[in-house]
Design a protein around this ligand. Structure first.
Ligand SMILES: [Zn+2]
Length: 383
């Protein structure tokens, strides 16, 4: 019997659901239909912790015995941004000149479709099947990630259901399929610095206390002092000032308050706590009243490339003819939650256009990634 699932058709169907976080817009229904059609048992897992949007999630599993190989990903997408700047409707999933264009093409509805197609092809080639394949798909990866993967992992633990290895389908390749497998991720934290001064007439600055002067000094110090020179498997940590807010409409008033936002992407030489201390020290040095609020979205982590990462690398090399390098570059992903449960590696499509206008992936790459994923399953269960 020829395979029922075409990765491009499934990617198109998923992309036509405008599932901008936290909306699902029917994307998980499309996926569930496809998975049930090839023998997966599906569980929908909506979570609604207070203080965050309710999010729908899906856990699907096929086969009951033996090792459980999991594919993790997300059906939510970032907003399209300026729609007029797109050459096509971002949610129409148009194929033009061999390219599938639309939000989610590479990050990462395309990769989900490839894995589903690979799972079907793999299962069809196996007699009996003493193995288990699962998918952990969240609708909350691009958002606060509160009611997503972390909650599904807790639910699995409660049921006594174990993942033995997990492949995350984020777009890990910068320019061509086969370049990189991610085995760790930098940490990320946001901070807001608010300097309090004393309002006054701008003609009499000595009678006021201008918070902007101190804020500028703090930001200058932070922006010009390198955090580190990198580490064995990580690039140097980075700090970016993302906003400066004074909101003062008057030209003759020194404002009482000035604040700024920062985002830090950090390697394994730091932690959220150590960076908080460092920020606090710079704020204190400026003198006066300086408030600091931080939120750590994820600590840096590294899994030394293990047997599982090697299986993914071998499969990619066999199909693509190039051996991917192990990397930790880029943003965070839900691998930061999964790494505490089982070996995890990330390999997906080409990320060059992710989050951009005209996000796209070549149709041919979808078929190639399907072949890689199938080869990963074959090698994993043969090992
Ligand atoms: Zn993603």
């Amino acid at each position: 019997m020829p395979p029922a699932i075409d990765p491009v058709e499934l990617a198109v169907a998923l992309m036509r659901r405008p599932s901008v976080t936290p909306a699902d817009a029917g994307a998980l229904d499309v996926l569930q239909d496809a998975l049930e059609g090839i023998g997966f048992a599906c569980h929908r897992l909506p979570f609604a912790e207070e203080g965050a949007d309710e999010v729908d999630n899906l856990y699907a599993r096929r086969g009951g015995e033996g090792r459980n190989f999991c594919f993790a990903g997300h059906t939510d997408v970032v907003p399209p941004g300026d729609i007029a700047a797109w050459s096509v409707d971002p949610f129409e999933a148009v194929v033009k000149d061999g390219m599938l264009i639309g939000r989610g093409a590479c990050d990462m509805k395309g990769a989900i479709a490839c894995f589903v197609a690979a799972a079907e092809r793999f299962a069809a080639s196996r007699e009996g099947g003493h193995n288990s394949i699962s998918l952990l798909i969240t609708g909350d990866e691009e958002g606060p990630a509160v009611n997503g993967t972390r909650k599904v992992l807790a639910w699995l633990e409660e049921r006594g259901e174990k993942l033995d290895a997990c492949l995350v389908g984020e777009p890990t390749n910068p320019t061509a399929l086969g370049e990189t497998i991610k085995v760790g991720r930098r940490g990320s934290m946001n901070a807001r610095v608010t300097v309090h001064g004393a309002q006054g007439h701008s003609a009499y600055p000595d009678l006021a206390d201008n918070p902007i002067d101190r804020l500028v000094a703090i930001l200058h110090k932070l922006a010009t002092t390198p955090l580190d020179g990198g580490s064995e498997r990580f690039q140097p940590s980075t700090l970016a000032v993302t906003t400066v807010d004074v909101g003062n409409p008057a030209t003759n008033v020194i404002p009482a308050r000035a604040s700024a936002g920062l985002n830090i992407r950090f390697n394994d030489r730091h932690s959220g706590a150590s960076l908080t201390d460092r920020l606090r020290a710079v704020c204190d040095e400026a003198g006066g009243e300086v408030e600091l609020a931080v939120s750590v979205s994820g600590e840096a982590f590294l899994r030394e490339p293990d047997e599982f990462a090697a299986i993914v690398a071998d499969a990619a090399e066999a199909v693509l003819g190039v051996r991917p390098e192990y990397s930790t570059a880029g943003g965070t992903s839900d691998a930061r939650f999964i790494k505490d449960h089982c070996p995890v590696a990330e390999f997906g499509l080409i990320g060059r256009t992710m989050h951009k206008v005209d996000e796209r992936i070549a149709v041919a790459e979808l078929y190639r990634l399907t072949d890689v994923y199938r080869a990963v399953l074959e090698r994993y269960f043969a090992a």
